[in-house]
Structure formats: C-alpha cells, structure tokens
Design a protein around this ligand. Structure first.
Ligand code: SF4
Ligand code: SF4
Length: 284
C-alpha cells in the first residue's frame, strides 16, 4: 500500500527528497528540553539517522535520514523520555516561548505556565484551515518573536504612582523610560500611556517604591505570519489574565474555522474581512 505522505507529515514524519527517508520532528514545548531527552535525541540520531539533529526555528528538533522501517523505533525511543512527534501541516502547532520568569530578569509574567496552558488545550488540533502558530514573550523585548505567530502573547505591566509622599523627584523613572512616556511635573512623574512600552523598568528603578503596578497581563497579537508574504500580528487586547487566554483563543479559533478558506492563514482572513470578525466575543 502506498504511503500517505500528507498524513505522515501532519504527524511529524516528514518525507525527504531522498527516497524512503524521513525527517522525524520532535516536539519541544516552550523551548525546554531535559538532559535525558537531549541524550535520547542524540542516541536516536546516531542509531537511526546520520548522527545529527536539526534545530528548527520553532524550538524543536528534527532527526533526519530515518528509514521508514525505523520510524516506529524512533517514536518509541522518544516516548521513553516523555517526547512526542511534532505536529505539522494544517494543525495547531507547538507553542514557542522565551524562558520567562524562571530565568530572565526582564520577565514580567510566567511564559512557561501560559505555554503549558495553551498546549494542554490546543496542541495538535486538526480541522483548522491552515497551520496555526502561537508564541509567548515574557516582556516587550519580544525574544520569542510572538508577533510573527497567528496569535502572540507578550507580558506587559502598566505603572502607576502609588505613593506621592515618598517620591523624591529624582527623575530616575523618566530617565530609564525608553518610550519617553514619563515627564516630571511639579516634582512628580506623569505618564503618557500612548508612549509606554509597559516593560515595568520605571517601577524596578524607583528607589522609594513610589511606583507600582496598576494592571498586568498579556498583550495579545493576531494575524502574524512568516513565509512568502510576511506580516506582523496586530495588538487586539491588552492586560489579559493567563486564565482568560484559553477562552479567547477558543473563540478566535472557532471564528477562523468558520470563516477562512482552505489554506488561508488567520492574518490573511483578517486582511480580507477585518479584525472584528475574528474577534467576535474576544475580551478587549
Ligand atoms: S522576551 Fe523579555 S522575558 Fe523573554 S527572554 Fe526576552 S528579555 Fe527575557
Ligand atoms: S524614580 Fe521613584 S522617587 Fe524617583 S521620581 Fe520616579 S517615582 Fe519619584
């Protein structure tokens, strides 16, 4: 019986230009892989591939030059260390992310928690018109390039002067602000929210704890994509809490499935029909 290469590809078994050779995509969630998993990937590449693995742009691995007869052995080997094959084709793909609050001093929210939340509910889902990608950055430095994804999430905070009395008019908050969003007036900082990057640097630098967090959460971007006609995602919601994100994604996905043509990316649908149609029911 002839192999159905499209079905194999959707399951992470991608045919190569060399006959009967496959590249096995390994799902790595949020860019984190244990040392045991790395060793296993190395072992499998040595035993069944050509002694190397390719690191994908979405933080995964691909073990190439695997004979079709050996695919099952590779899959079983990966399962032994808690790894599964990476989704490909028209499915919800693995969520990419930066390290977030566990590691990065700039991080404003827990990227890995959001990644796990999204993964549990959406990973690998079939029935979407085209590939569907999500990315999570822990602050406006945007290391995970979240806005190149169909849906992107970037952690943000909104600063506020919480204690006027303690402010000593040092001006450090205005100095550190890369958006020039703070002006000192009558000895106190005044914020222009339209210029603010919401990175919280002013709060961190204040020597008197005069500044605090007014709101925090995720800025949500929709419609980003790469490929032949790249475009960046557009912000559609701000300060969304982690627990609100799954419903929001569900809503957008359901509108996308309802309205998009076959092989139309979310961003292309937005270009064609406008943001309102995909965000019907979103939290703004
Ligand atoms: S996006 Fe921000 S939190 Fe994430 S790694 Fe980059 S600097 Fe750190
Ligand atoms: S850094 Fe703090 S103390 Fe200094 S001007 Fe800003 S709010 Fe006031």
């Amino acid at each position: 019986m002839a192999l159905n290469l499209e079905d194999l590809k959707a399951g992470g078994i991608i045919s190569q230009r060399q006959k009967n050779m496959f590249s096995i995509r390994v799902k790595i969630l949020g860019g984190n892989v244990t040392s045991a998993q790395l060793r296993k990937i190395a072992d499998l590449a040595e035993t069944h591939g050509r002694n190397y693995a390719h690191i994908t742009t979405r933080q995964g691995f691909e073990i190439s030059h695997v004979n079709f007869e050996d695919v099952e052995k590779v899959t079983i080997g990966l399962e032994k260390v808690g790894l599964v094959l990476g989704a490909c084709g028209s499915r919800v793909r693995v969520v990419v992310a930066c390290q977030g609050t566990d590691i990065c001093p700039h991080a404003l929210d827990d990227t890995q928690l959001l990644v796990r939340t999204l993964d549990e509910r959406f990973y690998g889902r079939f029935g979407v018109p085209h590939k569907f990608k999500m990315g999570v950055s822990g602050c406006p430095n945007a290391c995970a390039k979240h806005n190149e994804n169909d849906l992107g999430f970037m952690a943000v905070v909104e600063p506020v002067l919480i204690d006027k009395e303690s402010c000593i008019n040092c001006g450090l908050c205005a100095e550190v602000c890369s958006g020039k969003a703070i002006e000192m007036k009558d000895g106190l900082p005044v914020f222009d929210s339209t210029k603010c990057f919401h990175d919280g640097k002013c709060i961190d630098i204040c020597p008197r704890d005069s500044l605090g967090v007014n709101r925090k959460g995720w800025q949500v971007f929709a419609g980003g994509k790469w490929g032949r006609r790249p475009q960046l995602g557009i912000p559609i919601a701000n300060f969304v809490a982690t627990e609100q994100i799954p419903e929001m994604v569900e809503n957008i996905l359901s509108n996308y499935i309802k309205l998009a043509n076959k092989r139309e990316r979310l961003g292309e649908l937005i270009n064609r029909l406008g943001m309102e149609v995909i965000c019907d029911g979103c939290i703004f």
